[in-house]
Ligand binder design. Structure first.
Ligand SMILES: [Zn+2]
Length: 387
């Protein structure tokens, strides 16, 4: 089944690979957020700003990461991780507004035209820019819009209780035109955004299905928009990357400044390549923690730890107007004699049984703390270890 949609073309990735890499990209954000949040508790001075503006920080970070990967490997980070690459779609497919039927004909025509010249479908700088917009800009804009919609629609409460729960619309007569038009825009957004969102999700779903049944070469509407297909990397691609890596650092350094620049750039691109190891690791770590905190192991481990050190209950202090506590613990505060038949009240204080019973029956209170007690609360103590 996973090969369904792969069809006869060996370099056509299955939909499941594509969804897997999409999911991995989506996982990166919460994983990194978690790591940063943990460190922000330790070093709040430096990291709290990042936590507060996390979405911007993440977008900026991913901009550099994705740009590096698009330039070096012709793929987004997650695509590269799954051994995929981006190529420009053959021009014939790139006609605007092709229906799905037309397009499958077009794909066949393109396939019939034979393999294109190698290298001709490499990403150009323009394609990289477009890719970056759809990889980072669009998700960022969408998350901001989602957030804004949540804000204007009243959030969770409105969804549960319906529109009545949201605030009454203010009376705007007499307000300036700017205020009124702003309110109108917000109202339109509030009504329209769920539909836009539905169309967005449907477009993605339609492309998944179309791709699965080999009706379109694009698995997402954005790739169709920018005319880029995702393919499996071939052995030749790997060889090319390896050669590039070998030949790149051999650049003779002209001046000191240039060699420093080369070194810094090399270090930077090296660390970006290292992300290939680091980011998936952080995902696995995040997933592990998620599992750990939900699993029985965690509950067992934490309860086992707890039984060893349950804190003692807080002692109820004697009331200033109550009876004074005698010096020795084995003296009854009521009759001031050695306690016979020790009996505790619900306040935790111990008296002789007859004293305690009479006191509670007459006054309904513990004589020392003045806490309300009933005769049913009297408890006989069998162990006088604490007396
Ligand atoms: Zn007594």
């Amino acid at each position: 089944m996973s090969n369904l949609g792969g069809g006869s073309q060996a370099d056509r990735p299955s939909l499941f690979e594509l969804i897997a890499q999409d999911k991995m990209r989506e996982m990166l954000e919460p994983a990194l957020r978690y790591v940063i949040a943990v460190y922000a508790q330790r070093y709040p001075r430096y990291l709290i700003r990042i936590v507060n503006r996390y979405e911007e920080f993440y977008a900026l970070l991913m901009f550099f990461v994705e740009r590096h990967y698009l330039r070096e490997y012709g793929a987004s980070f997650a695509e590269n991780f799954y051994g995929l690459k981006r190529v420009r779609a053959p021009r014939i497919v790139k006609q605007p507004k092709v229906t799905i039927d037309d397009e499958s004909v077009a794909t066949q025509a393109a396939a019939a035209a034979g393999p294109s010249i190698p290298g001709s479908n490499k990403l150009r700088e323009r394609d990289i820019k477009k890719s970056l917009f759809f990889l980072i800009g669009l998700p960022y804009i969408k998350s901001k819009l989602d957030e804004y919609y949540e804000k204007v629609s009243g959030g969770e409460a409105a969804r549960l209780f319906g529109d009545e729960f949201t605030q009454e619309e203010e009376d705007l007569t007499g307000q300036s035109l700017a205020v009124r038009s702003k309110a109108a825009v917000i109202k339109v957004f509030k009504r329209g955004y769920p539909y836009v969102n539905a169309v967005y999700q449907l477009a993605i779903l339609a492309h998944y299905i179309g791709y699965l049944y080999n009706k379109t070469p694009f698995y997402s509407p954005w790739l169709r928009l920018i005319g880029i297909e995702v393919k499996r990397m071939s052995a030749a691609d790997y060889r090319e990357i390896q050669q590039k890596a070998k030949s790149a650092p051999r650049k003779p350094a002209g001046s000191l400044v240039e060699s420093i620049k080369n070194n810094v750039l090399g270090l930077l691109s090296g660390s970006l390549d290292f992300l290939k190891v680091l980011l998936p690791m952080s995902i696995f770590f995040f997933k592990f923690l998620e599992w750990w905190y939900q699993s029985d192991y965690y509950k067992k481990a934490s309860t086992a730890g707890d039984t060893a050190e349950v804190p003692p209950p807080e002692r109820i202090k004697p009331h200033p107007e109550g009876l004074p506590m005698p010096r020795a613990a084995n003296i009854c505060p009521i009759c001031l004699k050695t306690i016979t038949n020790p009996t505790a009240l619900s306040s935790g204080y111990v008296y002789c049984y007859p004293c305690a019973y009479k006191q509670v029956e007459d006054h309904g209170r513990c004589p020392v703390t003045l806490m309300r007690c009933k005769t049913d609360d009297l408890r006989k103590l069998y162990d006088d270890a604490g007396m």
